[in-house]
Design a binder for this molecule. Structure first.
Ligand code: ZN
Length: 166
């Protein structure tokens, strides 16, 4: 619809961020990432980690929840608009158990809140991203979630999440 062009000519755009007028203007709108929703941190013991985060950082655990689809127990801490999600595996074949085996405890994933999780996945696939979930699954706090393969996102496991009502 909009035919505004910030850039013209055949040269590929340089290393910096593209200007607001995108080169690929055939897409009407991008699905919207609105913020970082939470950071996932893999831990061996949820109880110990909760106590430690409360004591050492003075944060308050707001919510605990089992997430059977991921075979984890989780605990959430609010840090302004962003949350921390501590994850403890409930089974040796949990993806988080495998992560712990390989990497030890630490940052597990970055989760982006989006207004359109299906569109977001399509957008990613269209850009050559390998998905872990082709379709959204049931996540914590009644949200729909889907993960992108870390090999496709510079080594960081990436999650999209969306409120079911939106
Ligand atoms: Zn998460």
């Amino acid at each position: 619809m909009f035919s505004q062009r910030m850039q013209s000519g055949g040269r590929r755009v340089g290393p910096s961020c593209e200007p607001a007028g995108r080169i690929h203007s055939n897409r009407r709108t991008f699905p919207m990432i609105t913020r970082i929703d939470h950071l996932g941190i893999a831990v061996r013991s949820l109880d110990e980690a909760i106590a430690h985060y409360e004591q050492a950082l003075g944060l308050k655990c707001e919510h605990r929840e089992d997430v059977p689809s991921q075979k984890v127990r989780t605990a959430f801490f609010a840090v302004g608009e962003v949350h921390l999600e501590l994850l403890e595996p409930t089974s040796p074949d949990s993806p988080v158990a495998k992560f712990l085996e390989k990497n030890g405890e630490g940052l597990h994933h970055v989760a982006y809140a989006t207004t359109d999780i299906v569109g977001q996945l399509q957008q990613a696939v269209g850009s050559g991203v390998k998905l872990i979930h082709e379709k959204p699954i049931e996540g914590a706090a009644g949200k729909l979630v889907a993960f992108l393969h870390p090999k496709s996102t510079y080594g960081v496991l990436t999650e999209f999440c969306m409120e079911k009502s939106s």
